[in-house]
Each structure stands twice: as structure tokens, then as C-alpha cells.
Design a protein around this ligand. Sequence first.
Ligand code: GDP
Length: 336
Amino acid sequence: MICVLTGGTGGAKFVDGLRQIIPAEQITIIVNTGDDLLWWGLYVSPDIDSITYALSGLLSRERGWGVKGDTFLCLQAMKQLGEPIWFHTGDRDLAVHLLRSRLLAEGKTLSEATATICQKLGVKARILPMSDSRVETRVDTPSGEFSFEEYFVQRWYQDPVNAVRFAGASDAEPAPGVIDALASADAVLIAPSNPITSIGPILSVPGIREALRGARGKIAAVSPIVGNAPVAGPAGILMAAQGLPCSIAGIAKSYEDFLDILICDTVDARAAEALRKSGLRVQCTQTIMRSAEDRAALARTVLSFACGGLLRDQPASTDSLPEDPDEAACSASEQP
Ligand code: GDP
């Protein structure tokens, strides 16, 4: 079994690559829930939704979030009613939020609600929230403290950032199955996700960092920083706020207590050479995922670095998802 730690955008592309090359049943994905929010009274879990949509073939590649081909009639109606509309949710997307909210109101945990939604959408990989307790990423800026979605989507990540904290983390527990998955995985892969606000919240849950340190499989991370800049989004600003350089060295530093292999882009070959002197295994490959082929190629390369010959005889994935017709025209795009 391969375990992946991920956020929603870079991570969704990476897990889509993985499910193309190994059976989805052999993938366990531990997902950030620090961005979760109550929106129009509904419980929204943006990263779980992106991963679920990626694995069920529903993800809009054009936007990088939400359901492809979705309509926004409810959003327009809410605007007419004078309700806030800065967080865009499509109509089909809303159906998932409605179902999750009903399940939670009936007393189900977030893990149970996630499993139900995955089963209904035909997702065969196991998607686990990092925790069933509420852990909220809070971004401190000179204009005040904001939730991650307020900072990122409502305010377009324009504020200078003083610090990031994970409210509720010290009282949280890993969701059922998380620690077992980390302990028993043949390899643990850290997706090219924001190290501060996607992987950071997962690592803030007590017990997860320790489980990574004790994992029996190799731990490999794909850098979301390419050529000293994030491929998209605020990772660079947030890393600087945490005292980390926006570079592959900053990514290595974020995971230094458990990382075995850092996988970075070929444009960072010189920085990789310098980093190897610290004793870390660093591998360079093409990490920009523009097409389904790019995603599969990166996943295959990462698996070969992390597992060596272990996966040589794996059959191809049993899932075959319809390709997005807009694929060729699409590239990474993050909300907003
Ligand atoms: P979020 O929850 O939506 O922020 O999703 P993630 O944290 O999973 O993804 C955001 C990160 O993915 C950003 O830091 C990007 O730099 C990185 N990213 C997005 N697309 C790519 C890609 O094609 N290759 C690499 N190496 N990184 C990417």
C-alpha cells in the first residue's frame, strides 16, 4: 500500500497520476482539513473534495477545483439574496456539501462522511481526513487573523503574513486509520503541496510526525517549489513567514526529521547538488504536471525512487476514468 499526504491542487494532480499506474485500492490518501469552512451553513472540505473529484474523474482541470462543467445558479441566487459569494461553489459541488453536512448533522464523523461520499462517487482509493477533530489554519496578517480561505480566496493572498497557526491541533487526534497507514505503507509520498498550509496542518496533529519518523517504508516528497518559486499560490510567502527559504532547501528543512528522498525539478539540479552535501538523497526529474501523461510519469518516477523494484510487477490501475476534453488547454490553476 502506498500512502500519500496531500493538500488539494498539486496533490490532486499527483494522486491522479498515481491512480493511473497502480490499482486505486492500493492507495491511501491522508488529506489536509485545515482549510475546512462553514459556508452558507454547510460543511465544506476543499482539499478532500479536490482529491475525491480527481479520483472520480469529476475534477475541473480548467479551474483546478470544483466539478467540471458545473453550473453556478445557486451562487447567482445567493448573490440576489445579498449573501456572501466570495467562495465559489458550483451546483453539483453543493450537492456534496449538502450530503456531507447532513451526515455530520446525523452524528457521523468526517471520516465516515468522506467514506460514504467516496463510495457513492465510485472512488476506490481510501481517502482519510487527517483528523476528525476541527483543526483550523489561521493566517496572522497586519490586517488581522484570517481563516485560510479568507486569506487565500476572499483576500487573494495579498496580505503580508506574520505567522500561521493551526487552531485546535494540540487537542486533535489522527483520524482512524491514519497512523496504521503511515506505519504499514510500502512508501509514504508527500505530494507537491504547500508545505505550510497543506502538509503543515497534517503534521500538526499529535502523533503524525512521530508516525512518519517510525514509518517502515521510505518517505519521499515532491517539491512544490520549482526554480525558487511555487508553481502556483502563496507557498513562497507562507514559507518566508515561517522563516524558511522559498527553495528546495526550504522544502527539505520542512520535512527534515523524517524525509528520506526529496524529488525536485530538473531546473533545480544545481541546488540539488548542494543539498546532497547535507546527506539527503535528492533526485531530479520533470515535475510540472500539465497533462495526464505528465502526472502518470511523475508518479511512476516517484514510486521508482521510493520503492525501487518493489512495485515492478504491479498491474495497471483498474480504474479508467474518462479524460477531460479540455485537458490539452488546461494548466494548473488555483482558486481564486
Ligand atoms: P491547495 O490545498 O489547493 O493549496 O493544494 P496543494 O497544497 O496540494 O497544492 C498547491 C501547491 O502545489 C503549490 O505550492 C504549487 O507550487 C504546487 N503545484 C501545483 N501544481 C504543480 C505541479 O504541476 N508541479 C509541482 N512540482 N508543484 C505543483
